[in-house]
Ligand binder design. Structure first.
Ligand code: ZN
Length: 296
């Protein structure tokens, strides 16, 4: 008997079932009415979620949180308003071991709800003062904005675009590794989109800066929200005509071309990888980009 075909993998942090209910954000009376006994408030330890043995988020009621707590309105689900409390402090540095554990243990839908909430409350915790005049700001629009009463400036939660890209040449893919990666792990090259650039220009610039390779025919493949703290990973593919590498060792420890067979073997080897390569983990968009290329 054949096992059923596996469903298409869901990108980690994508696919939230929450209705963002934008029309309620700007209506303080409607928002106030929803802060009732049915409302749910995400149970967090700072920026990390509390969850049960089934990987489901745990929620408080409004009565469980301090009256002066700043609450962000996440949206409506199961006919209930959902909120997340702004912590005293924002995140520092990159994802830590407990965040990696959360990614592996939370159910996909709850991981998506948590990821969006995390980016938002982390932004609030780090933007309590106006970037324009330095005065304290206050949370408005259900937490989708902050306002400075002193100078009138509105501040909006940010999403930072990052390109992450495959480079293809002669049925091989270019992957690189940063010094902080575990041994044998190689991944797709990536970099922030800079002001004044298109996505395609950012892809071409990053690959040239990091690996010395010129690319053409940049195409968009898929994207992933990445809440550490607020990136949108924009997955692309591109073609290189000349494979010669000039590696920028301030950014990368190594970069090299992997054959289709080497990548297939590493994927089949699963979480332990091969002697050559440890395939990117399923919660990373790089995993899905390389998988897309192998299967196309
Ligand atoms: Zn101000």
């Amino acid at each position: 008997m054949h096992a059923p075909a596996a469903p298409a993998p869901l990108m980690a942090f994508a696919g939230s079932p929450m209705d963002r209910a934008d029309h309620i954000r700007a209506d303080p009376a409607a928002l106030g009415n929803l802060m009732n006994w049915r409302a749910r408030v995400m149970n967090l330890d700072g920026l990390l979620p509390e969850f049960d043995d089934n990987g489901r988020l745990l929620w408080h009621t409004i009565a469980d949180v301090a009256p002066d707590a700043e609450l962000v309105f996440l949206g409506m689900m199961d006919d209930r308003a959902h909120f997340a409390p702004v912590p005293d402090q924002g995140g520092t540095g990159p994802a830590m071991p407990r965040a990696w554990q959360v990614m592996q243990l939370l159910q996909p839908e709850d991981l998506a709800i948590y990821g969006g909430a995390r980016s938002l409350i982390d932004w609030h915790a780090r933007h309590r003062f106006c970037a324009n005049c330095g005065s304290p700001t206050k949370l408005v629009k259900g937490g989708w904005q902050r306002h400075c009463d002193n100078c009138g400036t509105d501040h909006f939660p940010r999403t930072d675009p990052v390109t992450i890209m495959l480079v293809e040449h002669d049925d091989k893919l270019l992957l690189g590794r940063q010094p902080r990666f575990p041994p044998r792990m190689y991944s797709a090259l990536a970099g922030f989109v800079e002001p004044g650039e298109t996505i395609e220009e950012a892809v071409a610039r990053e690959i040239h800066e990091e690996a010395g390779v010129r690319v053409r025919d940049v195409r968009y493949i898929a994207s992933q929200p990445w809440p550490f703290p607020s990136q949108l990973m924009i997955g692309c593919t591109s073609i290189a005509d000349d494979p010669e590498l000039t590696i920028d060792t301030t950014e990368l420890e190594d970069a090299r071309w992997f054959t289709r067979a080497e990548l297939e073997e590493a994927r089949a080897a699963g979480e332990h990888g091969t002697d050559l390569l440890y395939f990117p983990r399923p919660f990373a968009i790089a995993h899905h980009l390389v998988t897309w290329w192998l299967d196309k």
